[in-house]
Design a protein around this ligand. Structure first.
Ligand code: NAP
Length: 254
């Protein structure tokens, strides 16, 4: 039997896929309290996830639109401390219209940022700057690091212990769910994504493939410890925007 190879471009209907209601359908999440972990990354054709230590220049307008939509849809934004430091993460502020849609959906007007750290975060991270209307960030860490957290981190963030010496990622998701944060958007980075995937905790990967070659010596989508086995995903969606491929992969066939 011949393999089924389909043409994505030109598309079957030629309809613009990046209209808001279509994007919402495309990226719809299961209703709470179903748990769902979605990761979102942009990468070059040669697998780089940063240029000069940042990811912002990699994706185009469609990627940016999806980035903001995924934030609007999620209960919480989960991020590794390395990314929070490199990208200068602050609160996930968003326009009133987005906040209104979230409130109508029974969510907090702005999703909290939850940062994962083994060592603990520094007192001067922008994430700790209070922003009117935005919830306190969560710092998901070990008992050892929590015990040594600076006062300003204690005051301006909620410290959540997710293990004694190391962060137990399954426990971390339980802690989020206990706070009503079921739908998790992991914005990276590669160390956290690798650990979550190795622990089989990721349901979906949204991956924008930018038509760029970055060259050697850039961070890739996955860093850290070797895995025991490769993981196979299912292509669940594909959009195109000005040469960027906005792909959605599911861990399970839906
Ligand atoms: N292209 C993209 O879509 C994209 C997305 C995200 C990030 N990035 C890029 O990725 C780079 C950052 O890479 P990174 O490897 O540093 O990212 P990362 O995974 O965000 O950060 C690694 C750090 O996060 C904490 N961490 C991660 N997993 C942990 C675990 N299982 N348990 C405990 N702590 C954990 C640790 O922090 P402590 O050291 O505090 O213990 C670790 O050193 C930046 O250049 C950023 O621009 C790109």
């Amino acid at each position: 039997m011949l393999p089924v190879v389909r043409s994505l471009l030109p598309g079957p209907t030629g309809e613009p896929a990046l209209e808001r209601h279509r994007l919402e359908q495309h990226y719809a999440l299961p209703p709470a309290p179903a748990r769902h972990v979605r990761a979102n990354f942009v990468t070059t054709l040669d697998g780089a996830i940063e240029i000069d230590g940042r990811s912002g220049s990699l994706g185009g307008d469609g990627d940016t639109a999806v980035f903001h939509l995924l934030r609007e849809l999620t209960d919480v934004v989960l991020v590794g401390a390395g990314t929070a430091r490199a990208e200068g993460y602050g609160a996930a502020v968003m326009p009133d219209a987005r906040q209104g849609r979230r409130l109508a959906a029974g969510q907090l007007p702005v999703p909290p940022i939850a940062v994962v750290t083994g060592r603990g975060i520094e007192a001067d991270l922008p994430l700790l700057t209070p922003v009117s209307g935005a919830p306190q960030p969560l710092v998901l860490t070990t008992a050892a690091a929590a015990a040594q957290a600076p006062d300003v981190v204690r005051r301006r963030a909620e410290l959540v212990v997710c293990g004694e010496e190391t962060v137990d990622l399954a426990r971390l998701l339980d802690e989020l769910a206990a706070r009503g944060l079921y739908r998790v958007l992991c914005e990276g980075g590669p160390a956290l994504f690798s650990d979550l995937t190795r622990a089989d905790l990721v349901d979906e990967l949204c991956l924008t493939l930018s038509p760029t070659l970055a060259g050697p010596d850039h961070k890739r989508l996955i860093v850290g410890q070797r895995w025991n086995a490769a993981q196979r995903l299912t292509l669940a969606g594909g959009l195109e925007d000005n040469g960027d491929l906005l792909l959605r992969y599911s861990r399970y066939s839906r």
